[in-house]
Write a protein that binds this ligand. Sequence first.
Ligand code: NAP
Ligand code: MG
Length: 506
Amino acid sequence: MSNIMEYQMFINGQWTPGLSGETMEVINPATREVVATVPRGCREDVDRALNSARSSFESGIWANKSVEERAKVLMDAAMLVVANKERLAQLESLTSGATIRRSTTVDIAEVAGTLLLTAMIAKEMPKVEHTFFSPPWIAPMHSFWKREPIGVCAGITPWNFPLILAIFKIAPALAMGNSIVMKPASITPVTTLELAKILSDAGVPPGVFNVITGPGSSMGNYLAGHPEVDKIAFTGSTEVGKQIAGQAAETIKRVTLELGGKSPILVLDDADMEVAANMCLLGFLFHSGQVCESGTRLFVPSSKQDELVERMIAKIKKMVIGNQMDIETDLGPVVSQNQLDTIGRYVKVGREEGAQLAYGGRQLTDGIYEKGFYYEPTIFVNCHNKMTQVREEIFGPVQCVIPYDDVDEAVAMANDSIYGLGGGICSTNASRAQKLAARLRTGTVWINTWHVLRPDAPFGGYKQSGYGRECSYHSLMAYSEVKHICQDLTPDGNDKLMSLLIGSNR
Ligand code: NAP
Ligand code: MG
C-alpha cells in the first residue's frame, strides 16, 4: 500500500467525487507520508447525501424489510469484515496509529461482533407487545405497541477508533430500518469508506448507507443542524457535543452523544499491587492514551504510591514504542501534530502547577521517532484533584497519581469531575469493590481491568460525558421510535367513552 489511494464519497450507492473538486490528504502518523486523499466535501454534498438517505427511507426499500431480512444482511456484512480483515486492519493502523497487533484482532472482532450481536439482539426483541386493559367505562380494545425506525440518521465520528465508533452507530441504525449518513473525522476517513463497499456487497440497498468526507467545522456543522436529519449520533469532544445538542434542539432531533472523559481509578488498600500496576497501565496507555474512557486520574493510598509507581515504571521500560505497523510494537505514535502539541501543553502546565514528574514528559524525536508523532509515557505523582492536567482531558499517554488517606474522600474526589464516562476499582475484595462501583457516577465501572467494551453491554456517559448508550439492546432503543396502536374492536365501543368524556351520544 505504498501508492496514494484516491477515495471518493459514497452517496446513493455510487462512488462520487465531491462537488467542490477539492481533496484532503490523509497521512500516516508514524512517517507523515500521505496515504490517501478523500474529497473535501461541501454543503451541497451534505444535501445530496441526505436526499439519498431520505428517498431510500421513504421508499421503504430497507425500512419495510422484516427485521430478520435486515439482520441477515448485517450478519453477512460481519462475515465480509472478517474476510477483509487484513485490508481493513492495515488501513485502520496506517491512518489512526492503531498498533497492527491490535487492529487485526481487537478492532476486527469488535466490528464484526457488533454487527453480529446487534443483528441477533434486534431479531430477539419483541416485535409487538400487547396489553388488555378494560375498565367498565371503556369497551374492550386491542392495544399494542411496536418499534419503528426514526428515519434519517447522521453519524459523526472521531479519529481515535474510526471503525469501531462508526459501527457502534451503523449497526443499530441499520438493524432498526433507518437510513444513515456518516461523516468520519477528516484525518481518518478511509476505513469508514471501506465499510461502504462491505455493506453494499452484503446487500444494504443504495441510499440507505452513505459516507461523506470533509471538514467538521463547516460540513459537519451543517449536517448536524440540518432539518432533514431525524437523529444524530456524535462521538468526539465535549465542546462540539454541546454545539450539536444545541443545534438538535431546533428540530427536536433524537441525539446520542459520547463525549470526553477523565476517568478515575481507585486502587484500594487491599489491592494486589501487581494487578493494580497492570490495570493502571492499561487504563492510560492503551492506544497511547487516545481513548475517551482512559483511566487518567489514579487515586492510590498514600502509603502505596511509591510502590505502585515503581512497578508501573519498570513495566513501561519493557514496552516497545515504535511504528504501529510492526507486530512487535506496543505503543504507536499519537495521531497528529495537533495531538502532540496538546499533550506537550498539558505536561508543561502540570509541571508549572507543581505536579512531580516521575517518568517521561517529553516528545520522542530521535532515530526511528524522527518523522512520527511520538510521546513518551508520562506519570505525574503527588497531584491533587484541582490541577488543570487532572481536570481536563489530555488524550495522550499521561497519568496523574493522586494519593489519598481516606477512601470516602477518594470517592468524593473521583466524582468531582464534569465527566462521568469510565471508572475503576482495584481490590481483592469483590463485594467491597462492587459497593464502591455503585458510588462512582460513571457509565461504566471496571473492577481489576479496563477498556473492556462488549457489543452486548451498554456504553456511554454520565454528566458531560454525554447521553444515550451505544451497543446492546439500549442502542436499538436509541435508533427507534415506539408507536402505540389502540383499536376499538366493538361496533359501538366508543359510546361509553363518548358519553363519559363529551356526552355527545345523547
Ligand atoms: P472533535 O472536534 O470533536 O471532532 C470529532 C468529529 O466531529 C470529527 O469528525 C470532526 O470533523 C467533527 N466536527 C468538528 N467540529 C464539528 C462541528 N462544529 N460540527 C459537527 N462536527 C464537527 O474532536 P477533535 O478536534 O478531533 O479532538 C479534540 C479533542 O476531543 C481531543 O483532544 C479529545 O480530548 C477529544 N476527543 C474525544 C473523543 C472521544 O472518543 N470521546 C474522540 C476524539 C477526540 P473533522 O475531523 O473534520 O474536524
Ligand atoms: Mg476539533
